[in-house]
Design a protein around this ligand. Structure first.
Ligand code: GTP
Ligand code: MG
Length: 204
């Protein structure tokens, strides 16, 4: 029998320019599906997936946000309470990569994470299946080194390294959860808050 009574909820959020493939990345990971048609996310959406991290069951609550500017005022409530943030760009778009600096700053300002200088970011370069690449792996790694983030690149379309990126996000999120819950209370605590109608078997 597992020593863990019930899974804890970890909030992971995906941000980045419109069209870089945030929804596709999440759908590939959670639903094992990909579609070539583009339906821009309106506001935000989330999906949950239960995974084991070092034999501990956790529920990943993955928040997929809209990249279009008109929804950016939603940032404040959406970003708060995140345990890890995935900054997504499209390797065939230099502009989407350059924009990550601003996305990261906005996240730190609006999300107000505890200990913001050590908040875990995972950078994801998506669409590596395409040949018209504008951002090299080296360039991306260089920026990630500067900001202290982990880097993954892959393809939601061809299912390349999607699981790897989310596993790393889940591990980083669990570390963040443990660090702040233990620091603040001296014991583990369930911190997940889900909308009432979507509650599942985590203790929220
Ligand atoms: P917003 O919701 O507007 O912020 O966009 P998004 O970042 O969620 O992008 P979305 O996942 O909707 O994908 C945009 C387009 O890129 C769609 O037509 C997808 O099919 C396509 N796409 C996503 N991932 C990949 C990929 O890995 N490779 C290729 N070739 N196309 C992809
Ligand atoms: Mg989307």
């Amino acid at each position: 029998m597992s020593e863990w009574k019930s899974p804890i909820c970890l909030k992971v959020i995906l941000i980045g320019n419109a069209g870089v493939g945030k929804s596709s990345f999440m759908n590939r990971y959670v639903n094992y599906r990909f579609t070539s048609s583009y339906r821009a996310t309106i506001g935000a959406d989330f999906l949950s997936k239960e995974v084991n991290i070092s034999e501990r069951p956790v529920i990943l609550q993955i928040w997929d946000t809209a990249g279009t500017e008109r929804f950016q005022s939603l940032g404040t409530p959406l970003y708060r309470g995140s345990h890890c943030c995935m900054l997504v760009f499209d390797v065939t778009s230099k502009a989407s990569f350059s924009a990550l600096e601003v996305w990261r700053e906005e996240f730190l300002i609006q999300g107000e994470p505890l200990d913001s200088s050590n908040f875990p970011f995972i950078v994801v370069g998506n669409k590596t299946d395409l040949s018209n690449r504008e951002v090299s792996r080296r360039q991306a790694l260089h920026w990630c080194e500067r900001i202290g983030a982990q880097y993954f690149e892959g393809s939601a379309k061809e299912d390349v390294d999607v699981d790897k990126a989310f596993l790393s996000a889940a591990q980083a999120a669990l570390q963040q959860y443990k660090k702040h819950t233990l620091e603040n209370t001296g014991h583990f605590q369930i911190t997940c808050k889900q909308p009432r109608e979507t509650r599942n078997n985590c203790q929220c």
